[in-house]
Design a protein around this ligand. Sequence first.
Ligand code: 5RP
Length: 235
Amino acid sequence: MSHSIEPDPAKQAAARAAVSMVQDGMRLGLGTGSTANIMVRELAQRIRAEGLSLRCAATSDATAALAESLGIRIEKLDEIGWLDLTIDGADEIDPDLHLIKGGGGAHLREKIVAAASDRMVVIADPGKIVDQLGAFPLPVEVLQFGFETTHRLIRRALDKQDMAEVEVLHRLKGSDPWVTDEGNWILDLHLGAIEDPLTLARSLSAIPGVVEHGLFLGMCCKAIIGKPDGTVVEL
Ligand code: 5RP
């Protein structure tokens, strides 16, 4: 007897609606996370049913492995060059469609892929909508070289922005550092609320050793929010 786990209906509704935007011949970016995984499965079904011809790049090794296991050929982003559409999940979405991403530790590749796309559409359940970013810890991918120094520089940047209380925690997998697909480590910034996302983003990007932070500002053009009853709302 097989025990298949039914996907979350809200995530599935969002994923299905986003996949309905896909047209034959498109170049697609495939996101990372549980909602993106549902999207990849929905996409595989459409490809099988309709014989769509697509070119796809993945935002993580995990997504690439899932897609390939479902018969979707994954190419390197540089082989495709430019993408028509990227569909990805998010950890937080604010009213301006600014995002926090990187809960799954893939925000570096996710941001590169989104930046190489005409459109980035985010799919999520209603729990991801917030009035203000920051309750979800902000992931910052950091080089292993000089890690403690980079940590101190991030601390100093936060102190200068009156965020001395913010905890900066090294993300672990068990007792070992979490290692990203690019071989880096992650610091999670427990900000609580981000008053000025742009200033924070700029100050983090200016620190040597910071590879990429999980603030996606002005990158997402549409959020498709699935609801438990299977309907969707577009923001
Ligand atoms: C991974 C991400 C994911 O898109 C984000 O964490 C949302 O994941 P999920 O759909 O599982 O809630 O940014 O780096």
